[in-house]
Write a protein that binds this ligand. Structure first.
Ligand code: SF4
Length: 331
């Protein structure tokens, strides 16, 4: 029997990641065309706050092209604002405190926050204005969660799992609504929502789920892939929430039959994982370039997995326009 790989489709880049990377690339290209990639004043053509998307290969690639990544705006010199150097905010969004600092220092901000993350920020503002307390399901310390909670720290109550629901206390006359991070596990979040509804039956939900289309679609596809595989490899970085969730969903689908692994690239594969395995499922997080998946497929071919089959669950056609400041540059 031919040993094979089972490829999830959709996988990899989502519209928000595509937009964020293209934003930085467009700024770099424009600087190159203007002969300003290597400036006389020693400043870079663009600063990016935090990883533009959570993938180390993407970040390294853009850094090699001239982008400078910083953790905080304090690392960007004042001279950058005076010289008109753009500062890009990552796809995960930022809290109002960061925006205020950028404004105070006269920075030229290009906001590459994914519009679907922006939607959750706007929901927070709207519900707080209407007098709600917000239970936000997310991961403590994740850039997206930090940004969303930062919209109204006193009214947004972050919980991670169903077990955390017991730590919440609200009087029965409190207006309550639940929101969530865009990259959570659909199934795990359903459990947390059920626990919330059991404890606070009057809690409301937003008009549409905050878990984004790309997260839901990739999890649905990897579930099917896991059913047809003996083990699953997810390509994605350790700090990528949606990649880690994909690995968890795959593991759940495999059950006792096999194991799900996460790798940044083919270099992290261990041949021993595939002893006795006939079919390997593969998917990748929303921030992962497809050439990294191709590298994994090639490495598996060298290990005897010569067949390739694709499991397609849905065709995606989502596209987001570039931030206004870079649209003109793109032309
Ligand atoms: S995973 Fe979803 S929310 Fe995050 S960048 Fe992609 S489309 Fe936007």
């Amino acid at each position: 029997m031919t040993k094979s790989v089972v490829l999830a489709d959709p996988r990899g880049f989502c519209a928000g990641v595509d937009r964020a990377i293209l934003t930085v690339q467009t700024i770099l290209k424009a600087a190159q065309s203007a002969g300003k990639l290597h400036r006389e004043d020693g400043l870079p053509p663009v600063y990016v706050r935090r990883q533009i998307v959570h993938n180390k290969h993407v970040v390294e690639d853009l850094a090699n092209q001239g982008a400078v990544f910083v953790q905080e705006l304090g690392e960007v010199p004042d001279a950058a604002a005076q010289a008109g150097i753009p500062v890009v905010f990552s796809a995960h969004g930022v809290s109002p405190v960061v925006k205020a600092e950028a404004e105070r220092r006269g920075m030229h901000v290009v906001d590459a926050t994914c519009p679907l993350v922006g939607k959750v920020h706007r929901e927070v503002l709207r519900f707080v204005k209407e007098g709600y307390e917000i239970v936000y399901i997310g991961h403590k310390g994740h850039d997206e969660a930090v940004g969303v909670v930062g919209e109204s720290p006193e009214h947004v109550h972050l919980i991670e799992h169903a077990d955390d629901v017991t730590s919440l206390e609200f009087a029965p006359d409190t207006k309550l609504v639940l929101l969530s991070q865009t990259t959570l596990s659909v199934d795990e979040t359903a459990d947390t929502i059920a626990a919330l509804k059991a404890r606070f039956p009057w809690i409301e939900e937003p008009p549409s789920s905050d878990i984004c289309y790309a997260t839901s679609n990739r999890q649905a596809a990897v579930k099917l892939v896991a059913e047809q595989s003996d083990c699953v490899v997810i390509v994605g970085s350790a700090n990528s929430s949606n990649s880690v969730r994909l690995m968890e969903v795959a593991q759940e689908g495999l059950g006792q039959r096999g194991k799900a692994y996460r790798v940044d690239d083919a270099g992290e594969l261990a041949p021993a994982w595939f002893d006795g395995v006939e079919s390997v499922g593969i998917s990748s997080g929303a921030s992962v370039p497809d050439e990294l998946v191709s590298g994994v497929i090639e490495a598996l071919r060298d290990l005897g997995f010569t067949g390739v089959k694709s499991v397609e669950t849905i065709k995606e056609n989502m596209h987001f326009v570039l931030p206004p400041q870079v649209r003109a540059l793109a032309k």
